[in-house]
Design a protein around this ligand. Structure first.
Ligand code: IPM
Ligand code: MG
Length: 361
């Protein structure tokens, strides 16, 4: 079991260290190799995704990823910015299926800004297509004004596109996930989110998802415009089971959904290709404002490591052990700052990791 460990920038190094600590506590044999990515790689090698890092990732069964980005790189040319590292990994490894579960832990019901009754028991799964859409459409660019400089550009454009096979394969992933969840007691519903009332790309999306859905008569399918979905997520989030959508809408809706759970610091994610090779990262970013202070919540990364064990390394039992340990530390009342509330115990990144390690036995 070979794992590429790519901590990245900001709080990335701190939270990945805790996940590695948890993995090393399991009685499993991993080969782990660490490499630079994002701004850290740019600083060292002049590129956010050096050839050696990409090679390591492609040759591994799974990638454990922290986060990338910092304001200080915002003025770099786009191909050199930290974000290009994660986009490059997704594209090069073919990681088209992004799983972003939003689960509200009972102990954290009070940490959400929504009323407890709206989110208590919430367990939804957002499946975001990750290698198509306006993120990777061609052409893209700026029309250069007569003076030949970008600052004088007349207009800029990115192209939204999806091919039929791209939509078909993510639709199958969603229906199969809904089937699995149904077997475990969920409703068995896929909500496909689009903007078919305005965009040709998403009328096509809707048509293709409908066609694929015919092969899954046991799963209910409904369609929702993205603006309405954004509203329903805060109005009645428990009406959702599996949500499937494109890259751009999925980016936005998954951030929104994360807040239903109390903190984005709790949400893991998995990005898979057709060979079950995967990249595992917390849904949150590099949080440069709190980096190096030892206060970041490592639980999303630790839970991402659990997803890695389940999806790419075939170690479902170990995954469950980690998830149970996380539940246990929450039940003990331990909280990092982002999920802290009156009456609970505030701990730092290290202490939270140690507590999970201890709770594993
Ligand atoms: C995410 C992030 C990335 C995205 C950025 C960092 C490129 O927001 O994983 O959701 O837009 O996909
Ligand atoms: Mg995002």
């Amino acid at each position: 079991m070979k794992i590429a460990v790519l901590p990245g920038d900001g709080i990335g190094t701190e939270i990945v260290a805790e996940a590695v600590k948890v993995l090393n506590t399991l009685d499993l044999k991993f080969e782990m190799e660490t490499a630079l990515v994002g701004g850290a790689a740019y600083d060292a090698y002049g590129h956010p995704l050096p050839e050696a890092t990409l090679k390591l990732a492609m040759a591994s069964d799974a990638v454990l990823f922290g986060a990338v980005g910092d304001w200080k790189y915002d003025t770099l040319d786009r191909p050199l910015r930290p974000e290009q590292a994660i986009l490059g990994l997704r594209k090069n490894m073919g990681l088209f299926a992004n799983f972003r579960p939003a689960i509200c832990y009972e102990q954290l019901v009070g940490a959400s800004s929504l009323k407890p009754e709206l989110i208590s028991g919430l367990d939804i799964l957002i499946i975001r297509e990750l290698t198509g859409d306006i993120y990777f459409g061609q052409p893209r660019g700026r029309r250069i004004a007569t003076d030949g400089h970008f600052p004088g550009a007349e207009e800029a454009f990115d192209t939204m596109r999806y091919s039929k096979p791209e939509i078909e394969r993510i639709a199958h992933v969603a229906f199969q996930a809904a089937r699995k969840r149904k077997a475990a007691g969920s409703e068995g519903r896929v909500t496909s989110v689009d903007k078919a009332n305005v965009l040709e790309t998403f009328q096509f999306w809707k048509d293709v998802v409908t066609e694929v859905g015919k092969a899954y008569p046991d799963i209910a399918l409904d369609h929702m415009y993205v603006d309405n979905a954004a509203m329903q997520l805060v109005k009645e989030p428990k009406r959702f089971d599996v949500v499937v959508t494109g890259n751009m809408f999925g980016d936005i809706l998954s951030d929104e959904a994360s807040m239903l759970t109390g903190s984005i610091g709790m949400l893991p994610s998995a990005s898979l290709n057709t060979k079950s090779q995967g990249l595992y990262e917390p849904s949150h970013g590099s949080a440069p404002d709190i980096a190096g202070k030892g206060v970041a919540n490592p639980l999303a990364t630790i839970l991402s490591a659990a997803m890695m064990l389940r999806f790419s390394l075939n170690q479902g039992e170990a995954a469950e052990r980690i998830e149970a340990a996380v539940q246990k530390v929450l039940a003990q009342g331990l909280r990092t700052g982002d999920i802290w509330s009156e009456g609970t115990t505030k701990v730092g990144t290290l202490e939270m990791g140690d507590a999970v390690v201890k709770a594993l036995d």
